[in-house]
Design a protein around this ligand. Structure first.
Ligand code: DGY
Length: 322
């Protein structure tokens, strides 16, 4: 029996890629950049399976170009790049990779929190440029982390893991917003579910852990920055468009909030001449929260398992559509 045809939109770790190569007739896009939309349309034409990345827009046009497509496996926990409703309407299963990147993402989010609070990137730059002449009694002052209030937007798996680090490691008081209460966070960490305004007004650190959907798009804009403390630090490791970029720039420039640290931006990547880069109180890194060897290997295996299950006509181990 001939093997099913699949397209893989970028090289992923061998742990998962080899499973795909052994069991399918796969074409792997070899470019460092994602395949352009028109090219992707062409590549999926005869495919039954597609392994996509968060940088690929998988819309109805792509699905209609691939009449045999049965499964789309996203190499990410987030799947806002896929029109899931369109896939469901066409009987195409969609999979993602939850769980395996939770701790790596929370590690990175907490790293960003510390880096922004203690001005690590600025300080390292200062030292490297030879500006360090003496110990400065008034220089490089930052914010205390120990005992501060951490506001978590979205108390899911990653939000909980972030709150755990803050509470257990740094005695932080935890506030959160979510559509549903998280009893475990309340019991283990003393976390308090509050309304959005209270979280903005009372938090020293606000960390975003919700998914991107129509209700969270542009969630933090000028009005929200106006409610935040002037010493507040915003951390975003979720999705860039949850924060309004121009409003963030103005809030940092005008001292409405104290600092921001971003693993994700809107647009992404942020162009090199973007004004956010000119602000010393903004730390930007290139969407690397899940970038540990262990997490990426596990993501690759999970994505391969989803893809292969879909090709066999089985429910995906991690399926996002009904
Ligand atoms: C995800 O998986 O959604 C992260 O943003 C990247 O690993």
């Amino acid at each position: 029996m001939s093997k099913p045809r699949v397209f893989v939109t970028r090289r992923i770790p061998d742990a998962g890629l080899n499973m795909i190569l052994e069991n399918t007739c796969a074409e792997v896009w070899d470019g460092d950049l994602p395949p352009p939309h028109e090219v992707l349309k062409e590549k999926v034409r005869d495919c039954e399976g597609l392994l996509s990345l968060l940088t690929d827009t998988i819309d109805a046009e792509i699905m209609d170009a691939a009449p045999n497509l049965r499964v789309i496996s996203n190499y990410a926990v987030g799947y806002n790049n896929i029109d899931v409703a369109a896939a469901t309407a066409r009987g195409i299963k969609v999979g993602n990779t939850p769980g395996v990147l939770t701790e790596a993402t929370a590690d990175l989010a907490f790293t960003l929190l510390c880096a922004a609070a203690r001005r690590i990137v600025e300080g390292a730059d200062y030292a490297r440029k030879g500006k360090w002449k003496t110990w400065e009694p008034m220089g490089h002052l930052g914010q205390d982390i120990w005992g501060a209030t951490l506001g978590i937007i979205g108390m899911g798996r990653i939000g909980y893991a972030m709150a755990y680090r803050g509470h257990k490691g740094f005695d932080m008081r935890i506030l959160y917003t979510d559509v549903r209460p998280n009893e475990k966070a309340e019991q283990d960490l003393g976390a308090r579910k509050v309304d959005f305004d209270t979280l903005l007004r009372e938090s020293d650190f606000v960390s975003i852990h919700t998914d991107l959907n129509p209700t969270t798009q542009g969630l933090i804009g000028p009005e929200e920055f106006a409610k935040m403390k002037s010493n507040a630090v915003l951390i975003n490791t979720a999705r860039g468009p949850i924060v309004q970029t121009q409003a963030l720039y103005e809030a940092l420039r005008d001292g409405k909030i104290w600092a921001a640290a971003l693993d994700v931006t809107d647009p992404e990547p942020l162009p090199p001449d973007h004004p956010l880069y000119s602000l010393p109180n903004c730390t930007i890194i290139p969407h690397i929260a899940s970038a540990t060897y262990t997490s990426r290997n596990k993501m690759a295996v999970m994505a391969a398992e989803n893809l292969l299950a879909g090709l066999r006509g089985e429910p995906l181990p991690n399926q996002v559509n009904p």
